[in-house]
Ligand binder design. Sequence first.
Ligand code: PBG
Ligand code: ZN
Length: 347
Amino acid sequence: MTITQLKSPLETDAQSFYAPISRPRRLRSSDAMRRLVRENSLSANDFIYPIFVDEALKEPQEVSSMPGVFRQSEKSMEVLLKQVETAKIPAVMLFGVSAHKDHEGTDSFRKGGLMDRMVRRAKDTCPELVIMADACFCEYTDHGHCGPLDHIHNDVDNDRTIANIAMQAVTAAEAGADVIAPSGMMDGQVGAIRSALDQSGYERTAILAYAAKYASGFYGPFRDAAGCSLGQGSGPANRKTYQMDPANGDEAMREVALDIEEGADMVMVKPGLAYLDILYRTKQAFGLPTFAYNVSGEYCMIKAAGRNGWIDEDAAMMEMLLAFKRAGADGIISYAALDAANILQRS
Ligand code: PBG
Ligand code: ZN
């Protein structure tokens, strides 16, 4: 900051001889002034609300590691969808919690399977909401990986997975999904989905690609919620052969570029909080509608600290959500979306 010397220190008292020329504090002087110069804001329009639909449940059941988040039954999902619509949140992301798991995760693409029923019911309940279907297999496979295993290489079989995910996408589109959101990080998955949708007459169905998704330690509570923790059984012990290495930033740009080439309409960076640099770079470099996934671990950290009285939970949550906007996100997938929309409505 530039400083003017007003008087010599010898002639005056110590408090008055330096005065800054530039005074940013002028624009922080009142609530109205702060609102006037505010650069970013949150609104209900920014949110996508994730919903877990558990086919084994009769009543909603709270996820113990995610206070305030309930796995829904197929029926109780309707109540929650209407709350989302009333809160003016434009979109939901649906995750099935399967009781019919097998090696390939076939219930995710079977006619009459959970994906089909869940999407159809959501679209019937709230036709005006944007219904997004998370497209993956980990919630539907008995081993918990994001696609069938190739036992020779002890890894997920990439090309078999994308053949299956093409079927899953068509099943979801047929059931009424507006957006397919592939989250498995298989090579070529966006291209496979785009061509299958187009060939089946669903050229109007959009793709939100989980383009840069990292092998993160912040997914733990989600895996409790969705029942997709990796067992001790077959397959690799973690997802590092398909999800990205947290050390890499340039690689994320290549992953995003590939998904756009293959036909992604929107892209996502996941997780959000520890990857704001990736979010910023993605928006700057490609300019597509870009979303941040405020993942389960980020949500539960704030909930846990808030419950301990260590932080102001609402303030910290809103600050985190706003950070995604400031970094360039067009929207945020967040378990806090419903609470945040209600807080915004009150303020
Ligand atoms: C599954 C999937 C995961 C999440 C979204 N989709 C878990 C994973 O990759 O292990 C994580 C979401 C969260 O933690 O909130 N493909
Ligand atoms: Zn998965």
